[in-house]
Write a protein that binds this ligand. Structure first.
Ligand code: ADP
Ligand code: MG
Length: 396
């Protein structure tokens, strides 16, 4: 099947060609060591394949927010050694000064990390002069950084207009998974939207009600919906001022034949700390001095039944305050159900979001989902139904 974008399968003979590859090397570091190498591992498929096919691989990436001012603190040189360890291959470092000469010395199969793209102020402005400066170093452009694709920067968008452009393997896998989840999914489709606040996910909710058959609302944002429906939520995290917005979303769901699931039993506590005294109650029985911190067991069981009847699931946001025991219970239980259905072959499950990934890892099921996106902002913008500029620029 022809894809909407070109991939490494379309790139042809590349021996000796200089390929500029946009990756996400923006890893967290402490005392010179990478504390989470997930992003580095995500680049291995593309970078190894290109090197094995004889390309001169030139990696473009940003690191932190230097705002156009070069400084050692934001230098990608500190990532080169840990990155080489992850790749299991030598990696060179190329500073912007003298980059042309340094690149000219490279041989087919060599891999080099170019210095932080954000050392140029024009990177984030998609300045044509910066685009040209990058483009002069390469013959082809591969974008493999979905997590940066919601930004129209020189290295994430501009380059695709001046060099032959291709999606890398990680980008391709991400786009394929997202297409299966919301682009052309098998119905019925369920979405789980949880997390702290309605206000941070208004556009996500508005878009999903037009796309999915079941919208499962959990987490702190469920409190806001419950309050909008006249439920007294006590001291719970709740955005009372968004009551009318919640009503609008519920109306839109009704019109689109999307069934909204709000919890009908909840776990409450008077104090927000690990293992406090808790009660499991009907949502109408929350006392004035109590907080809703998790979805209750009866609701979780019926949500599991919803998933059993669905073919596709997209999940963003935990159902409860999962970092604090025992308020991880509902999230873990529903995640395990989704994982088991996925393994049985009855459900395509796609999840994303910083805390969601942490919660699925905590539940031990991240690998049992069809796809878990580690792209935070880009994943949310995609859930809002927006076309990401870095992806749009790759379209055929
Ligand atoms: P993601 O990063 O996956 O998009 P969010 O950042 O929107 O998710 O939300 C995650 C946060 O929501 C977690 O820190 C979690 O503790 C919090 N949360 C979930 N349910 C509740 C609740 N009932 N009360 C307070 N906080 C909650
Ligand atoms: Mg978060």
């Amino acid at each position: 099947m022809t894809k909407a974008f070109k991939t490494l399968d379309d790139i042809g003979e590349i021996t000796g060609k200089r390929v500029l590859v946009r990756e996400d090397l923006n890893v967290p570091m402490a005392d010179g060591a990478v504390t989470d190498d997930t992003r580095l591992r995500a680049t291995v498929a593309t970078v190894s394949e290109l090197a094995d096919r004889g390309a001169i691989v030139l990696i473009l990436a940003h690191f932190g927010r230097p705002k156009g001012i070069p400084s050692p603190e934001f230098s990608l040189s500190q990532v080169v050694r840990p990155y080489a360890a992850v790749l299991g291959r030598p990696v060179r470092y190329v500073d912007w000064e003298g980059a042309t000469d340094a690149v000219a010395m490279l041989q087919p199969g060599d891999i080099a990390v170019l210095e932080n793209t954000r050392f140029f102020g024009g990177e984030e402005k998609n300045d044509p002069a910066v685009v040209d400066r990058f483009a002069a170093l390469g013959d082809l452009y591969v974008n493999d950084a979905f997590s940066a694709a919601h930004r129209a920067h020189a290295s994430t968008e501009g380059l695709a207009h001046v060099l032959p452009a291709f999606a890398g393997r990680a980008m391709e896998a991400e786009l394929d998974a997202l297409e299966k989840a919301l682009g052309a999914p098998e119905h019925p489709v369920a979405a789980v939207v949880g997390g702290a606040k309605v206000s941070s996910k208004l556009d996500v909710l508005r878009h999903l009600v037009t796309k999915v058959d079941h919208l499962i609302i959990g987490g702190g944002m469920a409190n806001t919906f419950l309050a909008a429906r006249g439920v007294a939520v006590g001291k719970s995290l709740c955005e009372h001022e968004l009551a009318s917005v919640c009503e609008q979303i519920l109306d839109a769901a009704d019109k689109a034949n999307c069934i909204v699931h709000l919890p009908y039993d909840v776990v409450v506590a008077k104090e927000f700390k690990p293992n406090p005294a808790t009660r499991t109650v009907n949502v109408h029985e929350v006392a004035a001095d109590e907080m809703i911190l998790d979805v209750g067991p009866a609701a979780v069981e019926s949500l599991g039944d919803v998933l059993k009847n669905c073919r596709t699931l997209v999940w963003n946001g935990p159902l409860g305050a999962f970092e604090t025991p025992p308020f991880d219970t509902a999230t873990v239980a529903l995640a395990k159900t989704a994982a088991a259905l996925t393994q049985d072959g009855s459900l395509v499950s796609v999840a994303g979001g910083g805390d969601t990934v942490a919660a699925l890892n905590h539940a031990g099921v991240a690998n049992a989902f069809t796809f878990v996106s580690t792209a935070g902002g880009a994943f949310l913008e995609w859930m809002e139904g927006r076309e990401l500029p870095g992806v749009a620029a790759l379209r055929r």
